[in-house]
Design a protein around this ligand. Structure first.
Ligand code: SF4
Length: 365
């Protein structure tokens, strides 16, 4: 059956309920430049069939899908020939509001999409709210209490990030006393001091850490981006992105929460770090955030923890050898990337608040 082209043209939209037959739809659409197909439910596939019938029959006017449709139906609606989607879901009194396709309900099968599926956005919102509640509950709590609660709360979904640097032994000891099988993530940049690797292995042995993951840069990325091994000298941000940020992000995809050793006394971006915070994706637990440098030192002595061998040599903060210099004050990060503007490697988003706000502001229909 073909469209009746003898009917007089009209600009008024013709409304065709999805339950009408294809023959009725063709008859009604004849002579119209705009057809609204009315869906009673997003689950009603008949409107899709009607649209396809009209297009196959030669209807070239504007075809609008009207009703409580879902954002992730946009692709299918386009495919059967719809030009526009109007929904009554946003404004009950004003049908005709264009659905803002801000959310998708399935991951992009091609991997090319950038929008987070709605189920993941909802999960992130819930995760952030839960973290906020936890932060309030643990305000002022001891490192031991913070770790006991969060290791239990996120059991199986939490890891600790450690550089095995100058203060690392304290946090690792407290974690090992509660849950020694907690995954410990170590970024092997291939630029560590040999003393750090020795210290790492000694601490693993001594504390009984049974699950240490060594994270390395992607070999193909390293060959492509740092073929001469001198990227740190040319572009230290790019070097950190290659050797730290991307390997860590890949590993953290398996976890909802991560424990860090950041403390406020480190200054800079760490000056206001909280014991529990949400970065928009996962929860950061900073159980030692409130400890001063001297309190860390006292706890090292009380627990008889070994110092990193380079501490006595004048390195209060220890990272990769090309980007670590001696410094005067205990706990100071002034020897990191000395002479450059930066004091962080980029694994901690400098603006976690913005990401968290973005997650909270997600609007789902
Ligand atoms: S700290 Fe230096 S050597 Fe290590 S990854 Fe960053 S730029 Fe590269």
């Amino acid at each position: 059956m073909a469209l009746d082209s003898t009917r007089q043209l009209t600009l008024d939209p013709v409304e065709i309920p999805a339950e009408r037959s294809p023959e009725d739809a063709l008859h009604l659409a004849a002579g119209s430049e705009r057809v609204d197909i009315l869906f009673g439910s997003f689950k009603d596939g008949r409107g899709f069939s009607l649209a396809a019938h009209l297009r196959k029959a030669g209807f070239t006017g504007e075809l609008r899908a009207v009703g409580p449709l879902l954002p992730d139906q946009e692709g299918a609606l386009k495919r059967v020939g719809f030009d526009t989607v109007l929904s009554d879901r946003i404004d009950a009194g004003g049908r005709g509001v264009r659905v803002p396709f801000e959310s998708v309900y399935q991951p992009d099968p091609t991997g090319g999409g950038t929008a987070e599926p709605a189920y993941r956005q909802r999960a992130l919102v819930a995760r952030g709210q839960h973290a906020d509640a936890l932060a309030e509950m643990l305000e002022g709590a001891s490192p031991e209490a913070i770790l006991a609660r969060t290791l239990e709360e996120y059991r199986g979904r939490i890891a600790v990030l450690s550089s095995f640097g100058s203060e690392a032994a304290l946090g690792l000891k407290l974690i090992a006393d509660i849950a020694p099988a907690t995954p410990v993530l170590f970024l092997d940049t291939d630029r560590h001091f040999p003393q750090t690797l020795q210290y790492r292995d000694a601490l693993i042995e001594r504390l009984g850490l049974s699950h240490v993951e060594i994270l390395e840069p992607d070999p193909e990325e390293a060959a492509r981006e740092d073929s001469d091994g001198q990227l740190y000298a040319r572009d230290s941000l790019a070097c950190c992105a290659l050797r730290k940020v991307r390997p860590l992000n890949r590993a953290l995809a398996a976890y909802d929460a991560v424990i860090t050793g950041r403390k406020r006394h480190h200054g800079g971006l760490r000056g206001s770090v909280k014991a529990v915070e949400f970065d928009g994706e996962r929860v950061r637990i900073n159980p030692l955030a409130h400890l001063s440098a001297s309190e860390v030192s006292e706890r090292f002595s009380a627990l008889d923890l070994p110092n990193h061998p380079l501490v006595e040599a004048g390195y209060p903060s220890i990272g990769c050898w090309p980007c670590t210099a001696q410094a005067s004050a205990q706990g100071s990060r002034e020897g990191r990337w000395a002479g450059q503007e930066r004091t962080e490697c980029g694994i901690f988003d400098p603006e976690p608040g913005k990401r968290a706000e973005r997650a909270k502001s997600v609007r789902l229909i």
